[in-house]
Design a protein around this ligand. Sequence first.
Ligand code: KIV
Length: 298
Amino acid sequence: MTHAPDHAPAGPAASPYGTLPAAPRPAVRKPLSLPRLREMHAQGEKITMLTAYDATFAAVADAAGVECILVGDSLGMVCQGLSSTVGVTLESMRHHTDCVARGLRRAQATAWLIGDLPFGSYHESKEQALRSAVVLMQAGAHMVKLEGGGWTTDTVRFLVERGIPVCAHLGLTPQTVHALGGYRVQGRGDEAAAALTSQAHALQDAGASMLVLEMVPAALSAALTKELTHCPTIGIGAGAGTAGQVLVLHDMLGMNLGRMPKFVHNFMAEAHSVQGAMQAYVRAVKEGRFPVDALHAW
Ligand code: KIV
């Protein structure tokens, strides 16, 4: 009598389309939470984040071990074909947050879900910001992200006091690309560095529990990361010295309608699957192999 093997044989499965590696089983992990993210930060473990805009990519990212999924307003550029994030509406953000949250629930996934407040949805008043944040939280976000420093500090405090975790965003803030004069490195020079530093401290003091630093010189973001003991920095084009990293999903898969930014690495180029590319990203960030200051930073 022959018995079917308990497990599929290890190694590549034959396929008429080529040799496909066996899909790795998702690692079992507890759901990410603010305390868990704080613990990782305190222990010096790098935090990984990717953007996702739909259910399937979100579930795959979670299975690959990505800890934080950002439904970024970059969806305006990568999904909607807009030339900037300025045209993204709260309704679009609600819709995509809902899709991602549903994908994560179906996959019984564990990632921490961040919804991006789009341009114009938090600028009028703290009350408007609260109403917009409620829309994203009710769609399934665990945290909202908003761009800018200075005037946003009171808004962050207002949201945090009302039980809404907030991720701040300094450096290149794409919603203000027209005021900044393009997608340029921010915080260069003593004056700009001092302004960015004081905004970052104010945001931490207001209760922000994460801070995205985008296109900020590596030395400045490394220094800030050391100073901000209660607020992990998540870098994108900000060098290797931040507490975590984020990339736009389509960029790290090598798909970009425009010019690929210098801070991106195409993880798909060396992978056999999307999940494999995401796993390679997670490993590279955790092991400090991505980003490389000399290649991906200023
Ligand atoms: O919208 C987005 O994808 C972002 C990341 C680039 C941080 O804000």
